[in-house]
Design a protein around this ligand. Structure first.
Ligand SMILES: Cc1cc2nc3c(=O)[nH]c(=O)nc-3n(C[C@H](O)[C@H](O)[C@H](O)COP(=O)(O)O)c2cc1C
Length: 170
């Protein structure tokens, strides 16, 4: 009889890396990031839900600093089933859980208030809003999102350090 060990075997590499890293630093200084819905670099398999819940359960035993889950679909979705949610990870992961991708202040606050995540991480909004935290604090509008062709520029300040901060109110 042939057993399907794919789920356990796919976790082996991450398990060995986490073990190695945690042998150097205390586990509560080490974080892991997962992208269960992503399709970047051909990611995705039909058993993604079983796979990622298995991984999250294994990681739950390691007392890590955090588990960071890219749950949003804004960077592409493999469409191999219903997208995984933070709530699913919350059920199997007791430690600090971070969500990410496509959030704004309102949806981030909502996810935290519902208990689906402890923190929400922001990527692209920080590129075009160097003072993102202050803007959130003041409920101020955000700058327009940087265009993808401005994410990586070989030289110069354009698209790198030239996004305007909020005009000073004093
Ligand atoms: C310029 C840029 C570079 C990124 N590089 C990486 C990377 O090397 N590894 C990774 O896991 N995610 C990378 N990401 C994805 C971000 O970490 C984040 O998941 C994504 O921007 C979605 O969050 P957001 O909607 O808040 O931007 C990158 C994103 C951007 C915009």
């Amino acid at each position: 009889m042939i057993f399907n060990h794919f789920i356990e075997n796919r976790y082996r590499f991450l398990a060995e890396v986490t073990d190695a890293v945690c042998s150097v630093w205390p586990s509560n200084r080490v974080g892991v990031r997962l992208a269960p819905n992503g399709c970047f670099n051909d990611m995705g398999s039909t058993d993604f839900r079983e796979q990622f819940l298995y991984v999250a359960k294994q990681l739950n035993a390691l007392d890590l600093a955090y588990l960071h889950v890219v749950d949003g679909l804004g960077f592409g979705f493999h469409e191999l089933g219903e997208a995984m949610t933070l709530a699913e990870f919350r059920e199997v992961y007791d430690g600090v859980l971070i969500g990410n991708c496509g959030y704004d202040k309102e949806t981030a606050d909502e996810a935290i208030a519902k208990g689906d995540a402890d923190l929400i991480a922001f990527g692209r909004p920080f590129i075009s809003n160097p003072d993102l935290v202050e803007r959130f604090e003041q409920d101020a509008p955000l700058n327009e999102m940087a265009a993808m062709e401005h994410w990586y520029l070989p030289t110069g300040a354009k698209g790198y350090v030239d996004y305007p901060v909020l005009a000073s109110s004093t």
